[in-house]
Write a protein that binds this ligand. Sequence first.
Ligand code: SF4
Ligand code: SF4
Length: 271
Amino acid sequence: MNVIDTIKRPHQKYGRAWVEKTRKAVGADLMGVLAVSPQSHPDFLYGVQAFMPGAKAAIILAGEMGSETINLIKPPAKYAGKVKTGGLLSPHVVQVTAELDQSAYQLAKLLKQEGFRTLALPSRGLPFRPGQMKAALSYCHIAEAAGMGTVGTHSFLITPEFGTRVRLTCVLTEAPLPTTVRVDPVDDCTHCLDCVKICPVGAITSPGPGRRSVVDGMKCKMYRDMVDNCGLCQKVCSYSTHHSEITDGPLVAKANFPGMPAVSYDQVDQP
Ligand code: SF4
Ligand code: SF4
């Protein structure tokens, strides 16, 4: 359900209409494309080289996570009762990521049938780079560069359609797909710092003005392992960005909220 305003480019086979048609065909909730070019971010080029050196584009597919499950995320048991968050959140993540994997394989098959080498990467994430707590490719940063949303202070992607309630996966392809671009860019993070305040282990460092936050991945992982998943920063963000049905708003489409600007995308030619 991409929120899109199309500028028609009929000569472009892989333009906006193709993206929307393909997204529906593979059953993803959102889809964006980032073309590979020599000017691409070095981290992106590193990952492309690591997995498919000939790739011309990375496609991000997003699957919506149910707000019903996110709403059940609780603070640690000592504050909110005995049910562990992971009791429902972890199986839900497994379900959404399995569906995304299926969509990614379908998309890879479709592009292969058109004659392009294509690699579907796993939605559960990629191995870390040697000696670093950093994945070989960051799906959420690719999604941001493809105009699908903003990487928030908590380092999750915040989308106009579903807030942080999305899981992502990535497909690398040699098909010459152009980058999808948000024509009317909006910072989806309100910089309220609620995620920084709520993190039980202080894993999110408050960023200075104009700077990206730093998330201590090891602290976060250790805590999540201890309490069987967490998701507090995701949940509090859904309040801060009005993507929660518990607060007062509809589930989707930030553009539906009074005072929030509508979002539109266009697609541009490969740089
Ligand atoms: S909780 Fe606030 S600061 Fe944190 S990511 Fe969401 S909007 Fe940004
Ligand atoms: S998932 Fe939990 S532990 Fe990890 S950064 Fe978010 S609030 Fe902190």
